[in-house]
Structures are given as structure tokens and as C-alpha cells.
Design a protein around this ligand. Structure first.
Ligand SMILES: [Zn+2]
Length: 290
């Protein structure tokens, strides 16, 4: 099993020079910086996030593999939101600094030191259930620390989810792509209606076309980052599940050459869609009643 640790992530990000800018959106529960990479300027603004769930660490090198300059617009990449989870899943408890937290995590993991199927962060909170949109209403939600499924004590209780929410708002993201594994499907819907429903469905269909992934809906899941982007920020947001359903967790990184080509056209497709959408809106504003 190949691996991709936090040090490697930092090495990749720090090796980037112009036209890329780098920084951090905040820190993890264990105090690791959560890096971002930026390219381009002006609208439209797209944000791409990987590494939400610990065992889905293949999405970290995947998002790094999507980094390139684009002909217009701004793209922010956050390759690994769950920096502690990335380490915990691949390197176990030796990656955890405090003895108290090691004890806590071992207990939550049923006494086992095998964290290879762990999804949560270092507080045993599932980051993709920690957002204030239908918080705690999802099917299978848990209300105590767990390897997966625990929503947290309150929305945005975790430093990682709070940092991502603040960053998404601060950069005025106009669309969001988040990468998870697995199933080769794209989740895009969270109660949109009217024009937003038509817009988001149209963009989802284009993403499905360029990736070969099917569109899917999950009406019983709530509290996700995508859900929050759609419901609160009113922007199109997509949970892209990479990798065939038949491949076991965690996906081996030798599968990247199969996955990367499926995802490569997605960012450009979103930027192109948003640019046309923004142009259409400008025309409507100019031509509307006085
Ligand atoms: Zn996931």
C-alpha cells in the first residue's frame, strides 16, 4: 500500500513558485497548518477541496495533480482539509502529539491501533457532517465520538470545518468541487429550487459528461460542506466520489493514473460555465427595467 503523508503534502505545496501563491486556511485540531494554493485572478472564483475524510487520502495527491494555471478566473486548491486524519489513517497513533488524545482515539477506535479505515478528524468528528445545513438530521448521524458519522457537539465545532467555511466566504467562491472516494458519482443537490436548480443541474450534467461519472442525490444526508455551500452561499457545489465502488477502502495510490484523467477537465469546465453565467447575468442587469 503506497502512502502520501503530511510532510509530502507540504513538500509539494512549498515547491510551487509563480504563478502559484500558497498559504494556509487555518490549523487542524493537532495544530497542523492546512495549506492552500491559489492561481489566477478575478472572477470566476472556484474552490477545490480534497482530503475531507481520512481514509480517502487518495484525494490529496489527486487535488495536487489538478493544480495548474488556468486561462482566466481564480482557482483555490485546498488539497487536504483533514491533515490530522491523513496522518492518523496512514501512520497511526505515532502521528498524534498528546498522550491524552492518543488514549481517546484508541478508545474511540475500539482499542485497535489500525486506523486505516478511519474517516473523522483527530477529535473523532466527521468533518463532512459538521456544517450548519440540516446539522444532525442525516440518516446514520452519530452523537458521540466515532471513526465516522459523529456530527460533532455543534455546527463548525472543528477547527478544520470552521476554517474552510470562513475561507470559502472570504474568497467569495462562486463554485466548489470537493473530492471524496468512492463510487464514481457526483452529488450536487441540496434543496435548490427554480433558477438555482436549473443552473446547478446544468453544471452537474457537464461535470458528469467530462468525467464519465453519474449524477446522484442523497436526500437523507445533511450537514455536509456541499449542502452548506448550496443552501447558505447559494453557489453550485459538488461532492465528487472518485474510484470504482468495487475498489476497497482506502484506495491504493497506484490507482491515481486511472482517476486523474477522469477529473482533469472538471475545473476548466466549472470556470467556463461560471464565466458564461456571469456574462448572462451582466446582460440581464444591463437590459432589465429601469
Ligand atoms: Zn468522503
Amino acid at each position: 500500500m503506497s502512502s502520501f503523508g503530511y510532510d509530502q503534502l507540504l513538500e509539494c505545496v512549498n515547491a510551487l513558485g509563480p504563478p502559484f501563491e500558497t498559504g494556509s486556511i487555518g490549523q487542524s485540531a493537532e495544530g497542523r497548518l492546512i495549506p492552500f494554493v491559489r492561481t489566477g485572478e478575478g472572477r470566476p472564483v472556484l474552490l477545490i477541496v480534497g482530503g475531507f475524510h481520512a481514509r480517502e487520502h487518495i484525494t490529496v495527491p489527486l487535488v495536487l495533480g489538478l493544480i495548474r494555471p488556468f486561462p482566466f478566473g481564480t482557482v483555490f486548491f485546498v488539497p487536504c482539509l483533514n491533515a490530522d486524519g491523513l496522518e492518523l489513517c496512514q501512520n497511526g497513533l505515532s502521528s498524534v502529539s498528546s498522550p491524552a488524545r492518543r488514549k481517546f482515539l484508541r478508545a474511540v477506535n475500539g482499542g485497535s491501533e489500525d486506523f486505516s479505515l478511519w474517516k473523522a478528524n483527530a477529535d473523532a468528528v466527521d468533518l463532512n457532517l459538521n456544517f450548519p445545513s440540516g446539522f444532525g438530521k442525516g440518516r446514520g448521524n452519530l452523537f458521540a465520538p466515532a471513526p465516522q458519522g459523529y456530527v460533532g457537539p455543534c455546527p463548525l465545532s472543528e477547527p478544520e470545518s470552521l476554517a474552510l467555511a470562513a475561507f470559502t466566504a472570504a474568497v467569495r467562491a462562486e463554485a466548489v468541487l470537493t473530492f471524496h472516494s468512492k463510487g464514481e458519482v457526483i452529488f450536487w443537490r441540496y434543496g435548490q429550487k427554480g433558477g438555482r436548480l436549473r443552473r446547478d443541474r446544468a453544471l452537474a450534467r457537464r461535470l458528469g459528461k467530462v468525467s464519465g461519472y453519474a449524477l446522484a442525490e442523497s436526500p437523507e444526508s445533511h450537514g455536509g460542506y456541499k449542502d452548506w455551500c448550496v443552501e447558505v452561499l447559494n453557489i453550485p457545489a459538488f461532492t465528487v466520489e472518485v474510484g470504482a465502488e468495487s475498489w476497497p477502502h482506502p484506495l491504493d495510490h497506484s490507482l491515481l493514473p486511472k482517476i486523474l484523467p477522469q477529473c482533469r477537465a472538471m475545473p476548466g469546465e466549472v470556470l467556463d460555465f461560471l464565466r458564461k453565467e456571469n456574462g448572462r447575468k451582466r446582460k440581464m442587469d444591463a437590459g432589465g427595467p429601469a
